[in-house]
Design a binder for this molecule. Sequence first.
Ligand SMILES: NC(=O)c1ccc[n+]([C@@H]2O[C@H](COP(=O)([O-])OP(=O)(O)OC[C@H]3O[C@@H](n4cnc5c(N)ncnc54)[C@H](O)[C@@H]3O)[C@@H](O)[C@H]2O)c1
Length: 251
Amino acid sequence: MRVIVTAGANGIGRAIVERFAAGGARVAFCDIDDAAGVALAAQLGEAVRFLPADCADMAAVRAFMADAFDWLGGVDCLVNNAGILVSKTILDLTEDEFDRVMAVNLKAAFVATQEAARRMIADGTKGSIINMSSVNAELVIPNILAYNISKGGVAQLTRNTAVALAEHGIRVNAIGPGTILTDLVRQSIFTSDDARRAVMSRTPLGRAGEPAEIAEIAWFLASDAASYITGQTIFADGGRMALNYTVPVRE
Ligand SMILES: NC(=O)c1ccc[n+]([C@@H]2O[C@H](COP(=O)([O-])OP(=O)(O)OC[C@H]3O[C@@H](n4cnc5c(N)ncnc54)[C@H](O)[C@@H]3O)[C@@H](O)[C@H]2O)c1
């Protein structure tokens, strides 16, 4: 399998690169963290290539996709994983911050999907595209306004492109993680013991998820085992979205 992953040097993206490489895939990934990208590619060997690119820059995303196609000789699976978070509400979020979150989380996924879909169709590849959504595509946290909006957009990008590309045999799905232990969560969500307790009190399984648990879903969605699944978001959230607000908060 020939796989392209955006933002694959750390966190969930890194776990996905590792999972696909372990499964025998060839993987090209981008990131802005050059040191981590170079180290990961060196660790995983010749089947994995790091191609530095900033997903806030659409020309860079298109160039990354072209370089990845050249190296892989096409593409069977694209994972749109890049995502950033700015902790501000409607009252203090700046236009630049709004634009940057939209660019990385939503527009880059649109651009990479367009490039991948065009290449898959030209090659006759019945491939698969996986978008990294979030429970925050559906639920609201007021101080992550731009993130909420971008992930809501990812939900519709997923459904729209699933229907548009179905006639070409290309499947498009998303993964909606709850709270997964990565730098994003350590730096922006688990900012204090109280914040950590608040999140865990609304997570029925009582723990944060691991990046590898999200990578397994990506592996499944890319495989023939998921051959009749398209247009779906699989939420891996420890039960959070099933929790009714009338259930007592767990201490
Ligand atoms: N961690 C969670 O709990 C969680 C929950 C729901 C959804 N997600 C989503 O999963 C995805 C990955 O999140 P994570 O927690 O692994 O994040 P992370 O912050 O741990 O890692 C993100 C990676 O993206 C890279 N990156 C940041 N900006 C970039 C840019 N402009 N261009 C290219 N690379 C860039 C970083 O260098 C890093 O390697 C995101 O789309 C995020 O919204 C995460």
